[in-house]
Design a protein around this ligand. Structure first.
Ligand code: NAP
Length: 264
């Protein structure tokens, strides 16, 4: 007798943060959520992104959009007030936001200024904490939150610099929030994606090299795709992963498991 697995998210409400274009990891996950029937609100940093978002989601007329720079308290307050009044509650959050000033990823990590350090950690790690705190009153039992991280949180990846520290803070934040929200049956997880060609990815100095080297090292002999990251997001946001919280799950073609490969 086959086990029937249903992924019908109709009636569920998702907040998706960080879509810039069709390559964004937020879109990879958001698209899966829309296809599974969830109603989504997409938040975006600047007005220039709205028309692209409207085009991407035109098959889903119930979709909402709201501008939100995660460093602005007033933007967060407006976003969650709107979700409360127009959507009535929240079941899923996709946090796919990161930023570090270019200069902090070009030179030595040792030369990172305090200002650049604070910007990178504030946008890329603390924002998950503030988003979750604002969302908490709206999150229903069974809710799931997913953020995006990268392997440079654990191992040195040249030029990733302060963003590696931000990702380490992000992953630790996931664990603390998973603990504190567990009693409310709210889960928090991170997806650790391998290199993917997005605006944020491609802006890392040496990204082309990184992309090629990661593919050559990965157990699968290739990098994972945005679609594969999207499917992992769908799994972690749905009830299929109801026993999983506080984890970092890799979608990197098996890059992170490798120590040393031998030719032949
Ligand atoms: P992306 O399409 O460029 O998405 C990054 C998003 O963050 C953009 O929408 C950007 O908005 C937004 N953002 C930056 N600062 C913000 C702020 N203050 N308020 C609100 N939004 C802000 O690139 P992506 O690769 O999909 O990145 C999504 C996440 O995946 C990031 O956390 C990234 O570190 C992570 N990740 C990416 C890779 C990769 O190789 N691509 C691998 C592992 C993890 P603007 O466009 O307006 O700047």
């Amino acid at each position: 007798m086959p086990i029937m697995i249903s992924l019908d998210l109709s009636g569920k409400v998702a907040l998706v943060m960080g879509v810039t274009n069709e390559r964004s990891l937020a879109w990879a996950i958001g698209h899966q959520l829309l296809q599974a029937g969830a109603r989504c609100i997409f938040s975006y940093q600047g007005e220039r992104l709205l028309s692209g978002l409207e085009k991407l989601t035109k098959a889903y007329p119930e979709t909402l959009f709201e501008v939100c720079d995660v460093t602005q308290e007033s933007d967060l307050e407006r976003l969650f007030a709107r979700i409360g009044s127009e959507m009535g509650g929240l079941d899923m959050i996709v946090h796919a936001i990161a930023y570090a000033p270019r200069a902090s990823m070009e030179g030595r990590f040792l030369d990172t200024t305090l200002e650049d350090y604070q910007i990178a950690l504030g946008v890329s790690a603390y924002s998950l904490v503030s988003v979750t705190r604002h969302a908490e009153p709206l999150l229903r039992s069974g809710s799931s939150i997913v953020t995006l991280t990268y392997y440079a949180s654990q191992r040195v990846v040249a030029k990733y610099n302060v963003m590696g520290i931000a990702k380490a803070a992000l992953e630790a934040s996931v664990r603390y929030m998973a603990y504190e929200l567990g009693s409310k049956n709210i889960r928090v997880n991170a997806i650790s994606a391998g290199p993917m060609r997005t605006i944020a990815g491609s802006s890392i100095p040496g990204f082309r090299d990184m992309f090629a080297k990661a593919a050559a090292t990965a157990a699968l002999g290739r990098n994972a795709t945005q679609e594969e990251a999207g499917k992992l997001g769908l799994f972690l946001l749905s009830d299929l992963s109801s026993g999983i919280t506080g984890e970092v799950s890799f979608v990197d073609g098996g890059y992170n498991i490798m120590g040393m490969a031998l030719d032949g």
